[in-house]
Design a protein around this ligand. Structure first.
Ligand code: RTP
Ligand code: MG
Length: 152
């Protein structure tokens, strides 16, 4: 869904989990103003990763990529908000961390493409496909901000 309710699949790969960057990634998306609507930790089975990365099947980095992302638990998330797909990709930074700008997640925390911390959907079609692949419908929350102040 485009517009204010656009959703993107953002995932912290095993290196991000191992290095304790989970909180920082979540903080950046929250501070930007996006809404967290799906979150779980999962060590992805090979079949799930083959499907997730099907566009890269046959490329020389395909097997190392599956080994890397399948090596430990990932944090899979769905974030919602205006242009979250394209803005989320900007927040992640370039695929190759040596080209990623400082201030981006990859630019601030990583050095090589094969350990680049995070994934972000690259189009509306990919976002829908990836969200449906990683989350059951009931695992994605449809919630809205309320007028409640919450602090007593
Ligand atoms: P992602 O899908 O993870 O958000 O990354 P991306 O769109 O920026 O990059 P993509 O081309 O989709 O590549 C997916 C992931 O594969 C690894 N990769 N390694 N060694 C290489 O040449 C190479 N190229 C890509 C990276 O982990 C990349 O994020
Ligand atoms: Mg990609």
């Amino acid at each position: 869904m485009a517009g204010a309710n656009e959703r993107s699949f953002i995932m912290i790969k095993p290196d991000g989990v191992q290095r304790g960057i989970v909180g920082d990634v979540i903080r950046r998306f929250e501070q930007k103003g996006y809404k967290l609507v799906g979150l779980k930790m999962i060590q992805a089975p090979r079949a799930l990763l083959e499907s997730h990365y099907e566009e890269h099947k046959g490329k020389k980095f395909f097997e190392p990529l599956l080994t890397y992302v399948g090596s430990g638990p990932c944090v899979a998330m769905v974030w919602e908000g205006l242009n979250v797909i394209s803005v989320g990709r900007k927040m992640l930074g370039a695929t190759d961390p040596s080209k990623a700008e400082p201030g981006t997640i990859r630019g601030d925390f990583s050095i090589v493409t094969g350990r680049n911390i995070c994934h972000g959907s690259d189009s509306e079609t990919a976002a829908k496909r990836e969200i449906d692949l990683w989350f059951r419908p009931e695992e994605v929350a449809n919630w809205a901000h309320t007028a409640e102040r919450w602090i007593y």
